[in-house]
Design a protein around this ligand. Sequence first.
Ligand SMILES: Nc1ncnc2c1ncn2[C@@H]1O[C@H](COP(=O)(O)OP(=O)(O)OP(=O)(O)O)[C@@H](O)[C@H]1O
Ligand SMILES: Nc1ncnc2c1ncn2[C@@H]1O[C@H](COP(=O)(O)OP(=O)(O)OP(=O)(O)O)[C@@H](O)[C@H]1O
Ligand SMILES: [Mg+2]
Ligand SMILES: [Mg+2]
Lengths: 160, 160, 168, 168
Amino acid sequence: TKNLFLETFTELNRRFGELFGRFFPGGHAALALLDEQNPLESGIEIMAQPPGKRLRTIHLLSGGEKALTAIALLMASFLISPSPFCLLDEIDAPLDEENVRRFTTVLKTMTQQTQFLIVTHNKRTMEIADQLYGVTMEEPGVSKIIGVRLDVAEQLAVSA
Amino acid sequence: TKNLFLETFTELNRRFGELFGRFFPGGHAALALLDEQNPLESGIEIMAQPPGKRLRTIHLLSGGEKALTAIALLMASFLISPSPFCLLDEIDAPLDEENVRRFTTVLKTMTQQTQFLIVTHNKRTMEIADQLYGVTMEEPGVSKIIGVRLDVAEQLAVSA
Amino acid sequence: MRLKQITIFGFKSFADRTVITVPPGIVSIVGPNGCGKSNISDSVLWAIGEQSAKTLRADRMEDVLFNGTERRKPMGMAEVSLTFEGLDGSLTSRFGEFSELTVTRRLFRSGESEYLINKVPCRLKDIRDLLLEAGGSFKGHTIIEQGKVDGLINASPVERRGLIEEAA
Amino acid sequence: MRLKQITIFGFKSFADRTVITVPPGIVSIVGPNGCGKSNISDSVLWAIGEQSAKTLRADRMEDVLFNGTERRKPMGMAEVSLTFEGLDGSLTSRFGEFSELTVTRRLFRSGESEYLINKVPCRLKDIRDLLLEAGGSFKGHTIIEQGKVDGLINASPVERRGLIEEAA
Ligand SMILES: Nc1ncnc2c1ncn2[C@@H]1O[C@H](COP(=O)(O)OP(=O)(O)OP(=O)(O)O)[C@@H](O)[C@H]1O
Ligand SMILES: Nc1ncnc2c1ncn2[C@@H]1O[C@H](COP(=O)(O)OP(=O)(O)OP(=O)(O)O)[C@@H](O)[C@H]1O
Ligand SMILES: [Mg+2]
Ligand SMILES: [Mg+2]
């Protein structure tokens, strides 16, 4: 199983680097084993450098940069071992418009193996959906689901 | 100091209930001392009921409801003991447009005693600012501050 | 294997029986603050076996039962079902010949809980084994809760191993 | 007392000396992801005496020094100053006669740190006492960091006492 682990680790690392490059054009990211001699016990370090920067630790990344780096890692793991569905709850909240565009562009390429259910307030993320559901509480305290068109969905996200 | 504490507690509770009612029209909220006999040691419980709901605990509130309840408590404490300035970093991120409107309406009434510096991506929050500053990294990795007009600010928040 | 439908009844704010059809591709869920969007993801997390009340934003597990409103009484049972389709009949377990599978979890106000596969009572372990065999386990990162997206970055180096191990 | 100006030099991504004038009312700070907005609030938190590197999203306190880019060298010093105006001369301390006050914090790569009031070296305690006396202490909730807005709700009942005690 040591070989299997190393193989999976290498593949995840490759995919992570690739996706990070699509989210941060010109940037570099990689995973590293803290203890190469002992891969089955070792912790995993994440290195991520947005373009032109020289960060000493990933904790100095901004809120949006951290979220996008985590999304790259998440998607990389889906590429090597797809799960039938994935539920994302306002994962785009910390991202600016440009980064939402990059995120949704990559997401659209992943729908062959995985279905995505995405809770969002962001109009750009709504636009890529194949199906939109609105949740309302016409009766206070009781949730109801309604199928909606894009223009209605944008309205629904605007007010109670 | 026991009397001073109880006086401050009662005043904070009154203000909190008032602000919560402005954020959640028809809802009720209050603070409670867990141990009334011993006010100087007692923990403080928060009760918050959005209109028409019957929540058993505040942990069941939604992301946006929790944020708005916390903002009501924060603003209540500013009303009883103003601080010269207050720095809020994307405090409006979990809120839908309607709640951003309620938040900014109340915020505008508090600028007599306190200056507010608000980091935001939300156009509605930008609109209420007396002064807008844009932060850019024209030179990668180096931040610069520029004074901007509203239309430029909206553009700046859109892309890198 | 594909998720075809989520049915929620008496779980949190879903007092009425609610059926959500899940088409292939990307489904987006929208609505104002507090309307019940995150309750949908909590219901799925619960149906696949989540045991921690805190992860479901509750103090005790009974808090997930519909607690009533000013006009409705609290309910005595919460039930969530997930229906999967497109199974290729390759399952070794006794459910092998089905092309569609529905896993159900119920909780009664008395504290009693039930798990069912295609309406047949079973144990939680049966549901977990079935999901693992049927199609790529339900890894920790199948559901990313609100505000938790950078959990992978903030986790400790050892915690991050889980991501590789689940994928291996 | 009013905050008039923030000056940042060599702190995190502010390699060049940057002056932010703070007019009365509401100032909004905007910009794309990663451009340096939260670094401004970190700089203010640091200038009023924050001692925990973790609160400043750093591993060690030296991480707040500008660490260089592909085209610039790292800097050897970080300095942040806050200038306040509108003091009514009622301060009892030796700074009583000033109408304007500037508090400054510096950190050198060697690990040495300095605190100054109106360019006169002092201890951190002097800065804290001064801010407390001059105008409503810098309570814990003067600065709400990114993603921490519901901290007051998630805090324990005893932790919430701080809010009342600071206001009393
Ligand atoms: N046991 C319960 N019984 C009845 N209602 C409940 C129960 N638990 C939670 N709720 C309701 O669910 C609401 C929160 O829903 P949820 O967290 O899904 O909102 P949301 O749509 O995700 O909102 P946001 O956009 O703010 O994140 C609460 O306000 C409450 O009305
Ligand atoms: N010591 C340092 N030296 C140089 N640059 C630094 C240092 N510490 C942090 N940075 C820079 O600051 C950036 C993060 O800035 P900040 O957190 O203020 O972004 P932000 O504008 O708040 O973004 P977001 O909208 O995503 O929250 C990092 O990407 C890094 O480039
Ligand atoms: Mg939610
Ligand atoms: Mg930020």
